[in-house]
Design a protein around this ligand. Structure first.
Ligand SMILES: *Cc1c(COP(=O)(O)O)cnc(C)c1O
Length: 229
């Protein structure tokens, strides 16, 4: 068995264990494989091991990878990196999801540029949940207003929120931040039909994120290995 399929099995087992530990069902958590910086062959290996959802951070890299993997047919591509408003068209035309929408202008462009023959672009609002400086994401107090605007755009489907807390070794502080994201998610999901996604947790912190209600973990390193800088 190749390294990637072996890693995938381990990550799936880790998700299942984290779910068991907090009394959740493992099928409530979707694994998003973050393939940024890795080539199409790595995606093919993960695909062969049953993985279908993949996350990319960089527009041009993502566009090229998606084009070279067209033959696989049922891949689901998620944009998870910062979105510059002059790069929205590539996302609207190539991706199924965007997790990193943090401005109305970006959302409006994505909606206007979504090709009519494609289903609505599935959108999460990125929230700067721990107030980190120089960080992407809408401030928590503005998230509900942005969600309301996004929900009204015709070619977008509001699905939830995405957070990237600062890495910390303080487990209690980390849990508290995840809990804050969960509370905000609960509020927004009560306000909008179809909101079911709390995108939170990465290789280093996925058990803690799952314990606080994550429904989608974004895992790169633990599946594909260390990224070269
Ligand atoms: C790179 C990245 C990940 C994956 O991080 P790992 O630590 O490699 O699992 C998840 N989410 C976002 C937004 C990322 O940019």
């Amino acid at each position: 068995m190749g390294m990637i399929s072996n890693n995938l099995q381990q990550v799936r087992a880790q998700i299942a264990q984290a779910c068991t530990d907090c009394g959740r069902n493992a099928n409530e958590v979707t694994l998003l494989a973050v393939s940024k910086t890795f080539g199409p062959e790595a995606v093919r290996e993960a695909y062969a091991a049953g993985q279908r959802s993949f996350g990319e951070n960089y527009i041009q890299e993502g566009e090229e990878k998606i084009a070279s993997l067209q033959d696989l047919g049922d891949l689901v591509w998620h944009m998870i990196g910062p979105i510059q408003s002059n790069k929205t068209r590539v996302i609207a035309e190539n991706f199924a999801w965007a997790h990193s929408v943090d401005r109305l202008k970006t959302a409006q462009r994505l909606s206007a540029q979504r090709p009519p023959h494609l289903p609505a672009l599935q959108v999460c609002i990125q929230v700067n949940i721990d107030g980190g400086v120089n960080k992407s994401g809408v401030p928590p107090q503005d998230a509900q207003a942005l969600a309301k605007e996004v929900a009204q755009l015709p070619h977008l489907q509001l699905r939830g929120i995405m957070v990237i807390p600062e890495p910390t070794i303080d487990l209690i502080a980390a849990a508290e931040i995840f809990q804050r994201a969960r509370s905000l998610f609960d509020i927004i999901s009560a306000q909008h039909a179809g909101v079911d996604t709390l995108s939170m947790g990465m290789s280093a912190d996925l058990p803690a994120a799952i314990a606080q209600g994550s429904t989608m973990v974004r895992v790169g390193t633990a599946i594909f290995g260390k990224r070269s800088p």
